[in-house]
Design a protein around this ligand. Structure first.
Ligand SMILES: *Cc1c(COP(=O)(O)O)cnc(C)c1O
Length: 385
């Protein structure tokens, strides 16, 4: 084992002393009303696609995200997809997004028949490098009557999707200014950032729509699930309609007025979500406490522990370190797994995947560098309690 691996394992052993190995990267934590609410669904037989927990979860989510409306869905990927449709993304359009993201962001755009257009990451936020993107857009776009066009491909650029990577938010003032300058609607991929704020404003509240995820590994889980959050009443109404088979309300008739989706979140999942959401503030506090311990332990080491960007109060969903330039990432991950710490690398960047390798993109050298150097370290809520 290399000296660097031994040092890293030593730091994790120190911070996580007393925790039994193997230590997963992130596991859910159920310590509130989960059992009571789920049991109530079963006892009352309201387990499926309608029920009071769906309405309650939507109401509470909107509150937490500082928006007027939330529409829950079967998962975060479909929430993003519907948000893209609502933003008017059409076949052959391009949508700006970082290459440093989870596959769902790119797939959601593809489902619309559009292409992801990959943009560079910023070392300090892990989100979009906004000044570089501004220079790039100035050089490759032109404004026409019906929108912004990529002069290289001839296609319309329909929207921008900032991603709050590992819960750390982008510089939303700069991003909003850039989106305004180019007349682009913002769809926030806030799947990892529930509970994070930028200048005291919650993740998900900046875009035309935001998308959340409640997959089992997220800070709040419903087993599987997602949500679209927005301040726009019309968009919320439309999101609800097309995610629930486009059925018109009626006592007994089946009247569907367009081709809708069945993207509903079942009541039993929403019940779990309501119980989890009641604990969100405590979860964020536990995660921030764990991050503070990591920060101290990594000070003066060969590893850079990633700290929340300026103006951001992060949920620290997944903690991460950056390895030095010469580090052998995969050998280090092997050693970590051997020692019982189930760490993971950051995602393979989107523009290197076979189905996305020919998509339009700007220079992505920072993304490619970060991809080799980021390792996520254990981050479950329980570790911070
Ligand atoms: C989890 C996640 C999603 C949505 O994932 P689902 O598993 O479909 O709920 C989207 N974007 C990012 C960045 C994510 O981490």
């Amino acid at each position: 084992m290399s000296g660097a691996s031994a040092q890293l394992i030593g730091i994790l052993q120190d911070v996580l002393s007393g925790i039994q190995t193997p230590v997963p990267l992130h596991e859910p934590y159920f310590n509130g009303n989960e059992w009571a609410y789920v049991k109530e669904c079963i006892d009352t037989r309201w387990v499926s696609s309608v029920g009071s927990y769906v309405d309650l979860f939507e109401e509470k989510l909107a509150e937490h995200c500082g928006v007027k409306h939330a529409v829950v869905t079967v998962n975060g990927t479909q929430a993003l997809y519907v948000a893209c449709l609502l933003a008017g993304v059409e076949p052959d359009d391009e949508v700006l997004m970082p290459s440093l993201t989870f596959i769902a962001t790119a797939n959601a755009v593809s489902y619309c028949g559009a292409a992801p257009h990959f943009v560079e990451a910023d070392e300090a936020t892990l989100g979009i490098d906004i000044p570089k993107l501004d220079v790039y857009l100035t050089s490759i776009t032109e404004r026409r009557d019906d929108g912004l066009y990529n002069t290289n491909t001839g296609n319309r650029i329909a929207a921008i999707i900032p991603v709050h990577v590992f819960g750390h938010m982008c510089d939303m003032d700069a991003l909003t200014a850039l989106a305004d300058k180019y007349y682009l609607p913002i769809i926030e991929d806030a799947a990892e950032a529930l509970g994070s704020t930028y200048k005291n404003r919650p993740a998900g509240s900046f875009g035309q729509c935001g998308a959340l995820s409640f997959n089992g590994n997220k800070i709040v889980t419903t087993g599987g699930g997602g949500a679209i959050v927005t301040n726009d009443a019309e968009l919320a109404k439309r999101a609800k309609h097309i995610t629930t088979t486009a059925k018109q309300p009626h006592k007994w008739a089946f009247i569907h007025d367009e081709i809708g989706f069945n993207f509903r979140m079942p009541n039993i999942n929403a019940a779990l979500g309501c119980a989890q959401l009641e604990q969100l503030d405590g979860f964020v506090k536990a995660k921030r406490d764990l991050a503070a311990r990591y920060k101290k332990a990594f000070a003066g080491s060969d590893f850079e522990f990633f700290i929340e960007p300026e103006h951001v109060h992060s949920n620290y969903w997944l903690n991460l370190i950056k390895l030095g330039d010469s580090a052998d990432r995969d050998a280090m991950l092997d050693a970590l797994h051997g020692a019982g710490y189930l760490c993971r690398p950051v995602w393979q960047s989107m523009h290197t995947l076979p189905m996305y390798k020919d998509c339009p993109r700007m220079d992505l050298s920072v993304t490619e560098d970060l991809e080799q150097r980021i390792i996520n370290i254990p981050s479950s809520v329980t570790l911070g309690l």
